[in-house]
Write a protein that binds this ligand. Structure first.
Ligand code: PHE
Length: 452
C-alpha cells in the first residue's frame, strides 16, 4: 500500500514513530502511578514481575497493535470494518476498536484531572510554595487541593483545552518535534533529581526496597496489577498505538521500534522511583499512601533543593507536557475516525470529545471531595474508573486485540508487515504472542477478577 494512503499523514521520518510512541507511553503512569504501585505492592517483587510482564506480554502485544495499524493504514475502527467487509475476519471483531476507544476515553476523564493537579503544582512550585516545606505541610497542601473542586476544575479545564488544541492539529506534524525535545530533557532532569535524592535521602533503604524479593508479596492481585499497569504504561489495548502504527513508515522495523519504546518507558519509571523513594524514606512518608505519594514527596524534594523553585517548576512543566503527549494519543483513535469517516474537521472532533471528557471529569474531581461516596464495590467514582479501566477494560481490549492478530489475521500479512530480515525473529514474536502473552494475560486477568 503506498505511504500516502493514510489521511492523517505519515511520520516524517521512521524514527519519529519511536518518539511519538514513547510520548504516548511516558506520562503520569510512569511518574505518578508506578512509584505508588510499587509502594503498595511490596517493592522488588512487583518490579520484577512488572519487567516480566513488559517483556512477555506488553512488548509482543504492542508489536501486534502497531503491525495491525500499519497493515491497513486507517483508523482502528475503519481498519477492522474494512477487514470484516473483505471477509478476512468476522464482524464480531468490530467490538475491539470500540472497547479500545471507550477505554481511552474513560481513562482520559480521570487522567486529565491528575494532569490538572500537575498544572496546579507547577503554579505552586514557581510561586515558591515548596521552599523548606515540611512533610506535614506538603500533605496538607495536597489535601487542600483535593478539597477544592473549583481549583481542580480550573486546572482540568486548562489541560483538556490543551489536549483539544493539540489533537485538533495533525499529530504527524507538531507532536513528534515536541516529544523529541521533551524526552531527553525529562530523562536528564530526572537523573539529576535522582542523584540529589539518593545523596540526601535514605539511598540504601530505597534501593533495598526497590530490589528486594519476597515470595509472600506475590499474589494474583499483584500480578494482575503489574499486567494492568504494563498495558497502561505502554498505552497498549486502547487503540493509541494502533493509530500511531498506521502513520508508521514501512521502512522501520516494528520489533526494534517497539523495543526502544519499552526500554524508554521502563527507564523513566525506575528513575521516578529513585527520585521519590530515598526522600520518602528519609521523611517517613508512607510508601503505600497511594495517589498522593508523588504529590507529597516531590514538593519536599524541591523545597530542599538550592534552586528548587526553578527546578520544581520545570519538572512539573515537563510532567504536564508528558501527560499531554499521552492524552493526545488516547483521543487519536476517535478523532481520526470522525475525521476519516464523517469528514468532521479534526479540531471539531477534538472539541466534541474534549467537551464530553471535561464533563465526566467534573464527576471525577467531585469524587475527591463533595461526592466522596462509594458508588460501587466500595469504590468512589475515581477509583471505580481507575480499576474498571486498568483491571478490566485494558486487559480485555488487549486480549481481544492480540487474539485477533495472532489467530485471525492471516500469517502472511503479518509476516510481510514485520519486515524483519531474520525469519527467526518473526517466529519468536509470533510464538510468544500466541503461546505465552495471550494465555498468561487471560489466566491472570480472569484469576484476578474472580479473586483467586
Ligand atoms: N501510557 C500513558 C502513561 O503511562 C497513559 C496512556 C494510556 C496513554 C493509554 C495512552 C493510552 O501515562
Amino acid at each position: 500500500m503506498p505511504e500516502s494512503r493514510c489521511l492523517q499523514g505519515i511520520w516524517s521520518s521512521p524514527w519519529i514513530f519511536i518518539f511519538a510512541a514513547s510520548g504516548s507511553a511516558v506520562g503520569l503512569g510512569n511518574i505518578w502511578k508506578f512509584p505508588y504501585l510499587i509502594g503498595e505492592n511490596g517493592g522488588g517483587a512487583f518490579l520484577l514481575i512488572y519487567c516480566a510482564c513488559l517483556l512477555l506480554v506488553g512488548l509482543p502485544i504492542l508489536m501486534a497493535e502497531v503491525a495491525l495499524g500499519r497493515t491497513v493504514r486507517s483508523n482502528p475502527i475503519d481498519t477492522i470494518n474494512d477487514l470484516s467487509e473483505r471477509r478476512v475476519i468476522h464482524r464480531f471483531w468490530v467490538v475491539v476498536p470500540w472497547i479500545a476507544g471507550l477505554t481511552g476515553f474513560l481513562i482520559l476523564t480521570f487522567y486529565s484531572v491528575i494532569a490538572g493537579w500537575s498544572i496546579g503544582y507547577f503554579e505552586r512550585a514557581i510561586s515558591g510554595d515548596f521552599v523548606n516545606i515540611s512533610q506535614a505541610d506538603a500533605a496538607s497542601m495536597f489535601d487542600r487541593l483535593l478539597a477544592s473542586p473549583g481549583e481542580m476544575l480550573l486546572w482540568n479545564s486548562i489541560f483538556v483545552g490543551l489536549v483539544v488544541l493539540t489533537v485538533g492539529q495533525s499529530v504527524t506534524r507538531g507532536l513528534a518535534a515536541l516529544v523529541r525535545i521533551l524526552l531527553p530533557v525529562l530523562i536528564v532532569v530526572m537523573l539529576i533529581l535522582a542523584g540529589f535524592s539518593l545523596e540526601e535521602g535514605e539511598a540504601l533503604e530505597a534501593i533495598h526496597f526497590l530490589f528486594r524479593w519476597s515470595w509472600q508479596d506475590i499474589t494474583f492481585g499483584v500480578v494482575l496489577s503489574a499486567i494492568g499497569h504494563a498495558l497502561f504504561s505502554l498505552s497498549v489495548g486502547m487503540g493509541a498505538m494502533f493509530a500511531y502504527g498506521a502513520y508508521m513508515s514501512k521502512r522501520m522495523s516494528i520489533a526494534r521500534a517497539c523495543s526502544a519504546v519499552v526500554a524508554i518507558d521502563l527507564i523513566v519509571s525506575v528513575l521516578a522511583c529513585l527520585v521519590i523513594f530515598p526522600l520518602a524514606f528519609a521523611f517517613h512518608i508512607d510508601l503505600d499512601s497511594g495517589p498522593s505519594l508523588a504529590f507529597v514527596s516531590l514538593p519536599i524534594i524541591f523545597g530542599s533543593l538550592p534552586a528548587g523553585q526553578l527546578i520544581g517548576g520545570f519538572f512539573f512543566l515537563l510532567l504536564v507536557i508528558a501527560a499531554l503527549t499521552s492524552a493526545i494519543s488516547m483521543l487519536e483513535l476517535f478523532v481520526a475516525w470522525l475525521h476519516e469517516k464523517f469528514y468532521i474537521a479534526r479540531f471539531k472532533a477534538a472539541l466534541l470529545l474534549g467537551g464530553a471528557i471535561w464533563f465526566v471529569g467534573i464527576a471525577v474531581l467531585l469524587s475527591f471531595n463533595h461526592w466522596d461516596r462509594k458508588v460501587l464495590f466500595g469504590l468512589n467514582f475515581f477509583e471505580l474508573l481507575d480499576q474498571l479501566t486498568s483491571l478490566i477494560m485494558l486487559p480485555l481490549g488487549a486480549i481481544l486485540l492480540s487474539v485477533l492478530v495472532a489467530w485471525f489475521i492471516p500469517r502472511t500479512v503479518l509476516r510481510n508487515e514485520m519486515i524483519t530480515r531474520q525469519v527467526s525473529h518473526f517466529k519468536i514474536w509470533y510464538g510468544v504472542l500466541k503461546y505465552i502473552s495471550i494465555p498468561v494475560l487471560i489466566v491472570i486477568t480472569v484469576a484476578g477478577w474472580i479473586g483467586v
